[in-house]
Design a protein around this ligand. Sequence first.
Ligand code: URA
Length: 231
Amino acid sequence: MTPSALSASQHPSSSSLPRLPPNVIRLPATSQLEACLTIIRDKQTSRSDFIFYSDRIIRLLVEEGLNHLPVVGKQVQCPTGLPYNGVEFQGRICGVSILRAGEAMEAGLRECCRSVRIGKILIQRDEETAKPKLFYSKLPRDIADRWVLLLDPMLATGGSVIKAIEVLVDHGVPLERIIFVNLVASPEGIENVTKRFPAVRLICGWIDDGLTEQNLIWPGLGDFGDRYFGA
Ligand code: URA
């Protein structure tokens, strides 16, 4: 997969989208999604609008992430007196946010799953090795028995999320039960994560063109955490 093979800058219709690895899901490129993205990409956008429109996208991403959880059949009785053969969620979930920007996605998850457990992972660049290093993690004790929605808005090189997935695996979470949710991804990040962990699912709001020399997503939206939380 090359960056140009994944270029999405010409607003492709879903039929002209480049082929993605099987576990990578991109939200449908609807006009609403693109309008929200346009607002949060605009450097003139106020912080309150940035939060509002990011939250709208996060809600779409969380709903899509939840669609990947298993359900079982369930019959209920409708007020009309008729039975309805529907489904109910099966299995327990938790969210894990990669600090700091991932915390912005926690409220969207809570809106959909009221009392969801949330864990946190802090990963930063090791000054000596220049590699991502785990600084802190606090995870639900029974995380190995849960489905995990891993939250980080920007998938740039993939270094942090790969480290975060390693931490989850060390805590006994099967790769098949990890769903990584992000707003904007780079082709390089997708390639790095899917090569290392092909069984992990990625839900991406949009796939951009590449990375700058400073490893910011291009065209991207700048530093998500600074814009959401204030620098
Ligand atoms: N993190 C951000 O906030 N923005 C990028 O472009 C890349 C990583």
